[in-house]
Design a protein around this ligand. Sequence first.
Ligand code: BGC
Length: 772
Amino acid sequence: MTIMGDRLVALLFCPVAEEGGRTMRTDVRSEVERLLEEMTLEEKIAQLGSVSVVDLLEEGKFSPEKARRLIPNGIGQMTRIAGWTGLPPKQVAELANEVQRFLREETRLGIPAIVHEECLSGFMAKGATAYPQAIGLASTWEPELIRRMTSAVRKEMRAVGAHQGLSPVLDVLRDPRWGRVEETLGEDHYLVARMGVAYIEGLQGDDLREGVIATAKHFAAHGFPEGGRNCAPVHVGEREFREVFLFPFEAAVREAKVKSVMNAYHDLDGVPCAASGKLLTEILRGEWGFDGIVVSDYGAIDMLRTTHRTAADKKEAAVQALEAGIDVELPEINCYGEPLLQAVREGLISEALIDEAARRVLKAKMALGLFDDPFVDPEEAPSTFDPPEHRSLALEIARKSIVLLKNEGILPLRKDIGSIAVVGPNAASARSLLGDYTFTAHLSLDEASVPMASVLDGIKLKVSEKTVVRYAKGCEVFGGTKEGFTEAVEAAENSDVAIVVVGGRSGLSKADTCGESRDRADLGLPGYQQELVEAICRTGKPVVVVLINGRPLSVGWIAENVGAIVEAWLPGEEGGNAVADVLFGDYNPGGKLPISVPRTVGQIPINYNRKPASHRDYVFTEGTPLFPFGHGLSYTSFEYSDLEITPKEIGPASKVTVSFKVKNVGDREGDEVVQLYVRDVVASVTRPVKELKGFERLTLKPGEERKVAFKLSTDQLAFYDGDVELVVEPGTFEVMVGSSSEDIRLKGSFEVVGRRRKVVSPRKIFTEVKIT
Ligand code: BGC
């Protein structure tokens, strides 16, 4: 270590204590304060920025000269060493070490950097495990699975020196035209919150020194953009904003102790989220007690100048963002560089605000253990990427994410079937199984960076030796011609069954139909795919449609005319095998829709938890969705019975237990997601016709019966009243238990009696569930 490094050690020296077998620093706060006192204004501001690793490279190698020029005062974060270089794990780890070594040895105070990366559906790095896309994760309705996934992601990230992941997306989705629908956990705030909290807990782990900081984004209400267009303004009343859109973020802060939050790009009633002190400071820190770092979405601070026009120049943009509460500018130093320095020097913003943001950054670095040891072992890194256990977890999640939308007895298929036509643009494409934030899709590459089987490959591996599999692409996802139809129809005509694999392609490029900035004005199958399905159906052969896509598709004709529909979303590296498992009954599907599927784009928004007055039909279209929220079939069936609600009357600060039995009455093992919905019958403001308040995914053997008991707190019945106060009002609450938001099997009610109660924090956020 050099003099600089020694200086840092001297500065940070303080007693340590043993706790639970782990060495803990006793006084992080005073360490940070000592360091802050030493720092010049330039050094503090440097902690509020990030540098792209690519800018530090010369002919693909780390360049100390460039580093001396670009980050002489140190740096807060490093942007995507793996995600932007595409290097294999060993080299990523080596590069991360070189940057940290430079910072440690060649900057005055030797402060290491936080390396951030993307990890929405796995670490976005070449060769890392590619799990199902978020909308598929939500379809599992199994938070524990997501926790296991992000615990695995954490290990891959930490192995190459990454410390912060820019996930999860906690945007409640209200407009599936929005290309980022696939990145969300669906339309219901309770489901989003449950899955999101599990995601964060898994990623951050029990001890941040081995964990990865999660970033809850995009704060807030990004999933309801005007016209479904990315980054467009969001129009929502304050009560719904808090109750629906803020709820998952509040849960992330209070329940999961998320350590970072990212602002959203859009504006709310004229105020860009990046400049909203109400959002980023008053609510986030003041009301909820968030103690982590707020990072800007990429380029969001400068967008105050270039897009929103609330700032005339970069200096103003920097002042607005810092005052609102953004601590760190990503992905590169721009407004938080020279412009911010000038703003302080000119007295436009107080240095105390810089100190406050720098303090948070330093605290995060300490919590991550970076001051103790910022280095990783490059030799260890390769074996942590996509090991067999991560791959089998990817398979388990993919299987569990698949939703059987319709089945008239065609599925499961026999493995010794004589012949199968496998048709459609997504049938032989492994690439199409990946979500927009996987390495391959994000960088618009054609080849997956991990070994993958397409649906066609999966089917071929599954069927008996004598089964003839005939493949024909038919057409492209969009564009192209119908020339391939003849071959596809012939394949179907000569086969016992046709499996048509259609949908979209995810990513950020013009070749993609879904993903960030790939918004659509309609929700039909793109290109000639609908015509292809119709042509195959005209052969009179049994048809199974497999949808590989990131957004709900309005496939009314298919729902009416095809015998079976499998919604596979973007199932990741093991998706091809998972789909085959479901088609041939090696896995009995149990996923449920985390989002309503509209009959037509004109119905949007069509969330199940609508208000009572939102129920009418259209002249030519029913008002109901094509497939409702929570829907998903199985190869077995389940019976619900013995609903008990105890007690029948409760006070406004109390709990009620809703219990019932569920039994597998078919002849195969299967999964059922039991769902609890509640309706507040009469209230001082309009309340949704039903709201999800609890759920549990159960695996039941044939004939097996379980008792499920949900314990619901009155805190969870609270809503924001006319004065935007969180209250529980006395009255009747209807209870609905079922297999989807529409397939309600049991009904009852209970009464809240006594006074109207104002709910104060901390409030109970999630329902407890007991299975016996
Ligand atoms: C997205 C963020 C993402 C960032 C960096 C932005 O365009 O809105 O969700 O983290 O890019 O990839």
